[in-house]
Design a protein around this ligand. Structure first.
Ligand code: SAM
Length: 232
């Protein structure tokens, strides 16, 4: 299957195993992953955030219930909310989630914004688990006809070591542990040398679901920076 499908399938498999109740997809774009996640009945709150409201609005009505959805006894459990907003800004409505996904998002941020993203996601939102995927630049020589980055909007593409060093720093700062994996296999014999096409970090908050927000003073005032586009 194409790589974007493999990345989404990775999230879906994780959801099947871990059964999160509250999930937010950062950089949800045209809500493709959210449309797949809405069929997972354990989820009670499904949220999408993207800085590009036009992209979000394009296909968001596809998230509305199908008539057959009402035949599912658990269907009324699900609430979906879509926001226009930047992942570099805090929004109190995104605190306390079980799972945050950020699929092919961080490479679109400047290095300064990646710092803000880390603080907002791991320090402020402080979810139980986070899945982050980003291109692995070591794989690029295997992509035919590629000169430079995989997409003109990418601000960087990290090697496995660069991704690891960012991830480990985040873990130390905000109290998480991380495991590395990926999707998109290299041809036999080259997997070790180049790694996966898309690298993935799965972060778990130390202390699990009961762990508390690491930063003091966060609850002093609630910030709402995002704009609600859709709620159903
Ligand atoms: N996650 C989707 C997927 O798996 O196909 C789409 C990834 S797309 C390559 C990157 C998305 O990140 C775009 O929709 C873009 O608008 C969004 N984005 C870029 N900077 C952002 C920011 N600061 N805050 C929120 N979303 C942002």
């Amino acid at each position: 299957p194409p790589l974007h499908r493999q990345r989404h399938q990775f999230v879906i498999d994780f959801v099947k195993r871990n059964k999160p109740k509250k999930v937010v997809d950062l950089g949800c774009s045209e809500c493709c992953l959210l449309k797949k996640l809405k069929f997972h009945r354990e989820i009670e709150l499904l949220v999408g955030v993207d800085i590009n409201g036009t992209k979000v609005k394009k296909k968001m009505h596809g998230l509305a219930p199908l008539s057959t959805d009402y035949l599912q006894p658990s269907y009324d459990q699900l609430r979906i909310e879509l926001y226009q907003g930047s992942v570099t800004q805090r929004d109190a409505r995104l605190k306390g989630f079980d799972l945050v996904t950020s699929i092919e998002l961080i490479e679109h941020l400047t290095v300064a914004d990646v710092e803000r993203f880390s603080e907002v996601v791991f320090g402020y939102m402080a979810p139980a688990t986070v899945i982050i995927s980003t291109p692995n630049s070591e794989f690029n020589p295997l992509l035919p006809g590629l000169a430079g980055f995989r997409h003109s909007d990418h601000k960087f593409e990290w090697t496995r070591a660069e991704f690891r060093s960012w991830a480990v720093k985040v873990c130390l700062e905000f109290g998480y542990e991380v495991e590395f994996t990926g999707v998109g296999q290299a041809p036999p014999g080259q997997q070790e040398t180049v790694g996966f096409c898309s690298q993935i970090g799965v972060f778990c908050r130390l202390g699990g679901r009961s762990g508390c927000n690491m930063l003091l003073g966060d609850d002093a005032e609630d910030v709402f920076s995002h704009t609600l586009l859709y709620s159903i």
